[in-house]
Design a protein around this ligand. Sequence first.
Ligand SMILES: [Zn+2]
Length: 249
Amino acid sequence: MLTGYELERYDRQIMIRGFGEEGQEKLKQARIFIAGAGGLGAPVSVYLTAAGAGAIRVVDHEKVELSNLNRQVLHWSEDIARSKVDSAAEKLTRLNHEVKIEAIEEVIAEANVSQLVAGFDLIIDAMDNLPTRYLLNKAALEMNIPLFHGAVYGFEGRAMTIIPAQTACLMCIYKGVIIEGKFPVVGVTTAVIGCIQAAEAIKYIVGIGELLTNRLLIYDGLNMKFTELKVKKDPNCEHCSHLVKKDKK
Ligand SMILES: [Zn+2]
C-alpha cells in the first residue's frame, strides 16, 4: 500500500493513464541495477530516484575528475577526487530518501558481474566501453533480467531495450566491434539518452507502452533527428541464440 506521503509525492505520474497507484506500487517494489555513475548514470539514476523506484544499486570504480563535470551532473566541483558512487548515493538520497540507494565501488568484471546483478529486476547499461557492455549483456541474458542499453558519442547517442530470449541483444547488433579510448561528448547528449533509458525502465516496470525492443534508436543532436534501425535477433548470436523464450517469474 502507498502511504499518503507517496500518493502526494507521485501524484502527477499516478494520474497517467495506465500508470495509477498500481504502477507506483510496482515502481516501489522494483530493484534496479545501474552500471556506471557517469554521464548516463547521472540522468538515469536521478529520474528513477525521483520516480520512486524501490532500490537502486550503482556500481562504478572511478573517482570524480575535473573533466567529468561537463556531463556527469550528479558530481559537482566539490566532489573532485571523491568516489563517484559515494557522490551519486549522497545526492540521490537527498533527492528521495524513500529510495534505498546502494553504492558499490568496484570494477564490473567477468568474475563478479553475476553476483553484482543477482536479485535485481532490471539492469541499466550506463557504461562507456563495449567490453563491460558485453559482460552485462551476457549476464542479463543468462539471468533473465532485461537490459536497458544507452551509448553516446559527441552529439550522438543510441538506445535499445533488450528482453532476454525475446529480442535482439547487444551482441546481435554490435558483433564484437570494439572502439577503445577517450571519446568526445557533451552533457546534453548523455541527458537525452539517459532519460530515454529511464523512460524505458519505468515503462517496463509499470507495464505500459511499447518498449524500444528490436529497434535501435539513433539520436543525432546536431541535426536534431531521431532515427530507428530495425534489428533482428541473430540466430547465430553467441550470447543469445541458445536461449529459449520463457515467461519471467
Ligand atoms: Zn544476441
